[in-house]
Every structure is written in C-alpha cells, then in structure tokens.
Design a protein around this ligand. Structure first.
Ligand code: 0RA
Length: 640
C-alpha cells in the first residue's frame, strides 16, 4: 500500500489518441497516474511490461533491470528487438523503433502480439517513458547488427545508427527520469521494484528477471525466477500462515487462444486472499475469471461435502464466504484480446473467461479432493466451522442490527457529525484519543467536517473472525458513522462522507493505530480504498516562527530543507509532542484546513504486496513479523 499527496487522477478513457508526445508532458498524470514516486516507478513497469510481452509471446527468457549510479534505469531483454526497418505503408520511412518511441500508442499498430499487455495505466507505451525522461537511449540487437538512437524529453537527438555487427537479438532501454516532471523525487526504490519483478516472475513461469542496484557498492543483485509458477506465488503469499495442506493445489488448462492457471492453499487464518491476473496485469477489480473461479469453488466444495455426507440432506449449502475463509488463491488467465473495465480499468470483461475458468476449476479441484482425502477432510472441516461461525455471527449481527448499531439510523454518541449531508462535500476525521478529538471538534469547519474520536488501539481485525470484529464497539461506531455497512452488505452509495481521513499522532503509537485502521479498511471496506476515499492526515511535527509568521513542518527532512532556505535567519522552533497538545487553531491550520493541510490519499498500488504486508504485520507468526520489520525497517511504516 502506498500513499501520496492528492493530485488529479484520470482514467484511461480520458486519454485521447494523439500522435505527438506534447500531451504527455503537459498532463503526465493522465498517462502514468501521478508524478510522485508511484508515477516514477510506473516508468520502469512500462518498459518491463514490453519485455514481458516478448516473454509471453515466447521470444524472451531474460530481463535485467539495472539502477544506475547516475540515477538512470536500464531495462535489457533478449527478445526479438524492436523492429528497426521502416513501417510498411508509412510514407516517412522512419525506422519502426523511432516511431515506437515518439508516437503514442504506436505499439498497437503493428507487431501482431499474441498476449499484448494493455490494461489500466499499463500499455501506454514506451513513448510515454521517453516523453517523461530527460534522456533516453534505445539499443536494439536485430537483423545482424546493434542499432542505437538517443532522445531528450521525447525528441530524437540522433538518427538511428548502426553501431556494430551482432548475431544477437534484444532490446535495451536506458532512461533518466525528468526532474522537471518528477518534482518530488527521481529516486527509484529497490524494494518497490523487487516486489513487482518478483510478481512478474511468478506469472511468467521460467522467465528470469534480475534486479541490479549499482547505486550500492558492491552492487546489490536479486534474481527472480519461479520454476513452480503460481504454486511458488501462493507459497510466497502464505508466508507466516499455517497451511491446512502441505502442497498448494495447482492446475492449468489451455484452449485455442487462451490459458488459465490456478494455485490455491487453505490456511488456519480468516482472511480471504484471492488475487486475479489477466496477461500478468493484476485485475484488482476482479471480473469474469474471478466470477468463474468463485462459482466453481462453491459448487465443488458443496458437491464434495454432500457426496461424503459431511452436509446432511436437510442442511443448507455452504456459502462462498465459508469456503473462502483462510484461502489464498491466484487465478491467472492469458487471452488474446483482454477487455479491461471498471473504475480503474482492472476488471476483466471477457465473458468466455467465466465459463472457461469455471469448467476448469470444477473438474480439477474435484479431482484434487478425490485424490487427497486427508487434506480434503481438513479443508472441509474448516469450511464447516466457518459456516457455524457465520450463523453465530448472523445472530450477533441481527442483534446489533436490531439495535441499529451498524447502520446509520443511530449514529454513535461520540460522533460530532457535520451539518451538511451531501457526501460529495462531507469529510470525517477519525481522531486518536478523546482529548485530540476534543481539539478537532473545536477546530473543524462544522458545516462539512465530522469528527469521530476513537479510544486507544482498535481491534486487530487480522486476528479475528467477522463476528468478533462486529462485537467491537470502536468498530461498530466506525461502521455506522461511515454508513456503508461491511462485507456482503457493503453498499458504497450509502457512504456518508466522500473523504475519510485518519488523524493520528506522528509517533510510533500513532503509526500503530493508523495501521490497525488501515487493516480494517483493507479487509472489510476495500472498495472505499479503491474509490480513493481513504486518506491519512499528516499532523505537523514542528511549528517554526520566521519573520513573524508561523509555518508548519511535517518531518525532519522538511525542517532541514527549511533551515537551508533560511540560512542566516534565526528560527523559533516548537516541537509538538502529539495532537492532544495542539491548540484548536493550530490543528485546523496544519491538519484540517483544505487550503493548508497535507492529506495523503491511500491507494492500493499493489494489492498483493498489501495483502502480504497486512497478514505478516498483523498476523500470528511472531518470527515472520520480526523478519518483515527488519527487512523493511528503512521504510517508514506504510509510506505514510
Ligand atoms: C514491436 C513489435 C515487435 C516487438 C516489439 C515492438 C518489442 C518492443 C519492446 C520493448 C522492450 N522490449 C521489446 N521487445 C520487442 C515484434 C517484432 C517482430 O515481429 O519481430
């Protein structure tokens, strides 16, 4: 999970097809999502995706990503190489490689790729990377020679030159992101890239991906290659969880122009962790392949339970939720012409994928159950137990619902609601502690800002079943204030606020509370994260008086920056210990006033990584948690 300052977001449908690269430089956010750290990393993904396409088409077995000491990034593959000859039918006789690098969406116009990656923000083309780089060098080995061309901010600074003879083939793209575009940072984070390359390696079996960070001395090298395909992926995701059966269930099927591969494993936990992909794109919003998978899963488990008399004739079927509790699964399809739909263009729309996946899972999962009676018994016991818990939970929930605790008909007593009711303009601040809550209530603009103080640490939902979660008073207050309900009953249209901001102290305790709240949103109201409704407010750490004016400073780096800019001046610096000791006016100016506050929008950049992070960070396995925290100690908690 990553957070970022709010900036305008656009969807792919806003992108109009234009030939030149000017529009990319004018509105980079439209092409790569943002010009922050996320957008910066998108440049790398874009180039790697092109190499992955070559691997999917069966022409590339190795991809190397190098982070250069001078801030550049080099992506090398041993694919066919971008064509260097002129494009048939084009008058200007420009080499295809130049057209690919200087024209938006050129990739689609030729090449006849079998499984072209084109969804969401991906597949915008290497030309976008070129436009947003202060310099880019492309080298192609193909047609008996190595060819090279250079560019600056998207414009060629040389013609395509033949460098030397070569019998090899492949493409090397080296680019230096433009600091005029990426004003926040041009610093690539190795961990972020590693996570992504690791995921790609799981999805394209046998392809070798390497990451070399030459900014370290000696260079840090990581290699990703998954000979076990998705089974390796599931093992990776299940780290820190206790499996119900030792080996992941793993199967695949092919037909004319499509493939499906599934790997799944049940564990003793409660989280449902299903991730779906189409042509290596994470279909975060699901779609037809996910529907087919869930339908077959429910069907097979019920049929098996009946055939073994684990469910009696008069007993009701297990529902999907019972079966998916504690299930980690990856469903990956490959198809020729993927249709990406939904809010973030990550929902697979191809209807034929539903029946293809459904039939495959129906057959193969049933076979697995029949062939592994011992494992099957443990899985079924777990599903039946989940059903029992659900019935108990339903009773608890009916009770709470009867008392009106979860819907917004009776709002929690400590909520200081706003006067307006239009969710488009209303905001809620979830504030840690009653005293900070008190200041926030005084500070707020009551027409459109609501305050919900929460006491201490809320329940860790990672370790609790749904009915335990719903019994928790802080969580009840949260659910009813927000208004959407949770789980199956979640209804986004009932949201009472357009922005939900977590306001916690800038210290370790505050970070913990923020993580608990984010875990809750991730597991039970993920749609709100998808909709961009969840924010983290950044309370300031310092107030600096300079020239009679007060300035709020959010961290030590910012303070250092400020000191540099005001070299000679004497500064009067006040350090805040916590929200509670801030005056209402200070809180308003620094954390709540839309004109001056810093709100970071919580985005699910990588749902798979977030899933793993929450299970490990908030789960039972102390050893796995210690290791995770040590490995990630350099990174602040969740980037927030
Ligand atoms: C257009 C057509 C073909 C391959 C590529 C582009 C291509 C692009 C990139 C970007 C990075 N690595 C790449 N490798 C290949 C098909 C070429 C053919 O038909 O031979």
């Amino acid at each position: 999970m990553s957070t970022e300052r709010i900036e305008a977001t656009y969807t792919a449908k806003d992108i109009t097809v234009l030939e030149g690269l000017d529009p990319v430089r004018k509105r980079p956010g439209m092409y790569i999502g943002s010009t922050g750290s996320r957008g910066l990393h998108h440049l790398v993904y874009e180039v790697v995706d092109n190499s992955i396409d070559e691997a999917l088409a069966g022409f590339c077995s190795k991809i190397v990503v190098q982070l250069l000491r001078d801030g550049g990034c080099r992506v090398a593959d041993n694919g066919r190489g971008i064509p260097v000859g002129p494009i048939p039918g084009r008058k200007d006789r420009k080499p295809a490689v130049e057209v690919v690098l200087t024209t938006l969406h050129a990739g689609e116009k030729f090449g006849g790729k079998s499984y072209a990656v084109a969804g969401g923000l991906h597949g915008v083309g290497v030309s976008v990377v070129n436009a947003l780089s202060r310099r880019l060098v492309v080298e192609v080995a193909r047609d008996g020679a190595v060819w090279q061309q250079t560019f600056e901010r998207g414009a060629p600074t040389s013609r395509l030159r033949r460098i030397k003879a070569s019998a090899k083939s492949g493409t090397i793209v080296t680019f230096w992101p433009d600091p005029e575009v990426f004003t926040d940072t041009v610093d690539f984070k190795r961990d972020v890239l590693a996570e992504r390359l690791q995921e790609q390696a799981f999805l394209v079996r046998g392809v070798e991906l390497a990451l070399v960070d030459e900014r370290e001395d000696p260079p840090a090298k990581q290699m990703f290659k998954a000979t076990g395909g998705l089974a390796d992926f599931v093992r990776h995701l299940s780290k820190g969880k206790e499996a119900l059966h030792s080996k992941a269930i793993h199967f695949e099927a092919k037909r004319e122009s499509s493939e499906v591969e599934v790997a799944m494993q049940w564990n003793t936990g409660y989280a449902e962790s299903i991730h779906t992909f189409a042509n290596t794109i994470n279909t975060h919003e699901g779609g037809m392949h996910e529907e087919g998978f869930k339908k077959a899963l429910t069907n097979v488990i019920n049929r098996y339970a009946r055939s073994k008399a684990l469910l009696k004739d008069k007993e009701e079927n297990l529902i999907g939720e019972d079966i998916r509790e504690g299930l980690t699964a990856i469903v990956a399809v490959k198809l020729a012409d993927p249709q990406f739909e939904g809010q973030t263009k990550t929902k697979l729309g191809n209807t034929d994928m539903r029946s293809f996946v459904e039939t495959t899972v129906n057959d193969q999962l049933m076979t697995w159950l029949e062939e592994h009676p011992g494992d099957a018994k443990r899985v079924l016991a777990k599903c039946l137990q989940a059903a029992k818990a659900r019935m108990a939970a339903r009773q608890a929930r009916d009770l709470t619902r009867r008392k009106g605790l979860l819907d917004s008909t009776s709002l929690p007593g400590k909520l200081a609601d706003c006067q307006l009711t239009d969710p488009a303009v209303c905001e809620i601040f979830i504030v840690e502690g009653d005293s900070a809550g008190g200041s926030a209530k005084q500070a707020r603009e009551r027409s459109y800002q609501a305050i919900l103080p929460i006491r201490g640490k809320i329940l860790n939902v990672e370790k609790a079943r749904l009915h335990k979660t719903l019994e928790n008073l802080e969580i009840q207050a949260l659910i009813s204030a927000i208004g959407t309900g949770i789980g199956e009953e979640f209804d986004a249209t009932k949201a009472r606020y357009g922005k939900i901001a977590i306001l916690a102290d800038a210290d370790v305790d505050g970070a913990h509370i923020r993580t608990l709240l984010l875990t809750f949103f991730f597991r039970h109201m993920q749609q709100l994260i998808d909709a961009g409704a969840i924010y983290v407010a950044q309370p300031p750490l310092y107030r600096v008086k300079s020239d009679g004016k007060y300035i709020y400073v959010h961290d030590d780096r910012e303070l250092e920056e400020f000191r540099k800019q005001n070299g000679q001046k004497k500064l009067d610096i006040q350090r805040f210990k916590g929200l509670a000791e801030m005056e209402a006016e200070q809180l308003w100016e620094s954390a709540m006033n839309p004109e001056t506050r810093v709100l970071k929008q919580v985005t699910l950049e990588d749902a798979v990584a977030a899933d793993r992070m929450f299970s490990v960070l908030m789960g039972e396995d102390v050893e796995a948690r210690r290791e995770f925290i040590q490995q990630n100690a350099k990174e602040a908690f969740i980037d927030a």
